[in-house]
Ligand binder design. Sequence first.
Ligand code: DUC
Ligand code: ZN
Ligand code: ZN
Ligand code: ZN
Length: 484
Amino acid sequence: MSKVIKGGTVVTADRSYTADVKIENGVITQIGDNLSGDEILDATGCYVMPGGIDPHTHLEMPFMGTYSTDDFESGTRAALSGGTTTVVDFCLPAPGQSLLEARQMWDNKTVKASCDFSFHMAITWWDKQVFEEMAAVVDSGINTFKHFMAYKGALMVNDEEMYSSFQRCSALGAMPLVHAENGDVVAQLQASLLAEGNTGPEAHAYSRPPQVEGEAVNRAVMIADMAGVPLYVVHVSCEEAHEAIRRARQAGKRVYGEPLVQHLTLDDSEYANADWDHAARRVMSPPFRSSVHQDSLWAGLASGSLQVVATDHCAFTTEQKRLGLGDFTQIPNGTGGLEDRLPVLWSRGVNTGRLTMNEFVAVTSTNIAKILNMYPKKGAILEGADADIVVWDPERQKTIRAASQQSAIDYNVFEGFELKGLPRFTLTRGQCVVTEDKVETEEGHGKFVPRKAYPAVNRALSQWKELTAPHPVKRDPSKMPAGV
Ligand code: DUC
Ligand code: ZN
Ligand code: ZN
Ligand code: ZN
């Protein structure tokens, strides 16, 4: 059974051209004019793009006394309905838990996935066992390790642990990721805000100012440089963090930055809303920022100093958010966005001229596939690539409403956003599961996408200098003063 996507304009990260796309056995087998096949998908007036890849989701994750509500069933259905065909989720060992055991737990959750998925592994504690298991994790197809520099007393690792883990990543050809916020400073700010009687969701933002993020990114960049590894900074939300990444890249360091669609389009005025639920539903870390920071993030995507757009999809119901009534530090941190990332970024980015269509494909798919080492299986419209495709209709419109979303929670942080530009079809390995408003996914269709280790040459600039002139002086003990 072959399929042909006919009459559309293929839009990739580097060009746009008119062509039909033929699919057989889940793979793109031919790109050209006047192709024929058993089934035709009419793409007239549409753009044929690689399906979105969300490099940062938390589905069914145990966190802050509860579990994030979207699991691999509702989460991947939400992803596909919005044109995202691969999600990269985090295996999160409880402190003290074996990494391989955590991996098994996440494998079990994914039996319900309707789109393909991959994993990052979180380093939430450190000892010899973790050091040793990291090699087996890489062998099993996970080449990225996440470090929380915040969430003190829970997930946070200290600098010593981070440096040890980064060195291990370097030896294994893996890349560290960081959630960059200074967790010690955040803990102090939280305590003083609560002591002053600031208990509401607005205090969440006060406790995590841009400086705590900027400081942590600078520290992580330097620690990565000393360990000789590239670095990927998740949810970059402010100019201070972006500036540290720009500076690192200018110095020749391989440092990547990932803004979220939420930070690009929602600002800190959300926390001033008089409705407690409204504000609490938008509590995530880092928090939403002012428009100065939003402009910085958009500029980073346009200029290439920031490379990818994610969601950090971690959805909690209103009832779960109310766990923090009376104490903002207990509001589960996280917002949704999986099904809205592509449509919102298109409407607020491409339709406004902030991003070209080709840049849109780069930051939602191709750059991610390259950085995470799954290109060109994913992120490409090329012969031999997986047929993960979104056929994008630039004229289709809708208004975002929680009532009609796929996500299992009871609200949407983008409620009321007017969109122009939506999927006409979404295909996951050739299976067409979305036709405009009709979503018919297949539980269990999704497969794990293994990602191999990176080549050992992936080193920061200062490491190259170090390699050519290691430790210039080593003192001869026989030349030391006697009696020492
Ligand atoms: N931030 C969130 O808001 N939620 C999940 C984890 C995180 O770092
Ligand atoms: Zn995070
Ligand atoms: Zn996250
Ligand atoms: Zn299937």
